[in-house]
Design a protein around this ligand. Sequence first.
Ligand code: AMP
Length: 302
Amino acid sequence: MSLLIVGTVAFDAVETPHGKVGRMLGGAATYSAVAASYFAPVRLVSVVGEDFTHREHAVFRGRPIDTGGLERAPGRSFFWSGRYTADMNDRVTLDTQLNVLAEFDPKLPEHYRDSPFVFLSNLQPKVQHGVLRQMRRKPRLVALDTMNYWIEGALAELRAVLRRVHVLLINDAEARQLSGRHNLLDAAERIHAMGPRVVVIKRGEHGAILVRGRRVFSVPGMPLRRVFDPTGAGDSFAGGFLGVLAASARLDEVALRRAMIYGSVMGSFAVEKFGLERLRRLTRKEIRARARQFQELTRFEL
Ligand code: AMP
């Protein structure tokens, strides 16, 4: 089944202990669409500026990604820059330039409006909400991701759209910020009360947990020898997670757990090279092999 993804398509400048890249293709929707496209057909909604050329567009070509909803506007594309700490668990945002995103008011192509799976990836909550309002019928699953920038700058709009969301994917620091609770189970409980009945908390190299009422499922982080660039790991996780759910069209506990593994698989690949370099060149065999590695990581007997 198709997965509609709305979010940023961007240029990023990133500094990690392994090096510095002044300008490369990024954006939450770019990472999540590429990751999801290994599993399910994607319908992309975003906006780019005049600086986005056919060279950047190539990342979507040859994949089941419909770019009919990728608008081009006068001006520059969204730009973000960040620097990671030495252990790469934390980062600081150095600059966020909304550019064409500031005026973005997407109009969904007609055939997007009955998408059964919708991922409102990171961007203005009011735009996320605007996309939901254009759906012809209620999607089977609506998932949302957000970050500190919007929690700080657009909390009321975020809380409004959260009421219509089934799954919130969020990192640990942002789950704490949104809920005002430090303990992650308490944080998830608070977030359940805001709308999402499933909360997926991404914990960087420590893996991810899924909380659904009293049920908790935890996936470890894949121990990797080299982490080059954590940018986009969370979005790639979300793409894998939702791509797998959309492909199987199942939403039960078994499907959610499987989705957590494939989310972790895609996140772990994303960090192995700068930008989208690793993520865009994967094979099914590599994806499957890493999923097996995850299975082995915690296999034990009592
Ligand atoms: P992640 O590392 O998964 O949290 O996401 C990194 C990506 O998010 C980068 O490629 C950025 O272009 C994009 N990004 C950064 N800040 C924002 C923001 N405020 N809204 C939407 N996307 C953003």
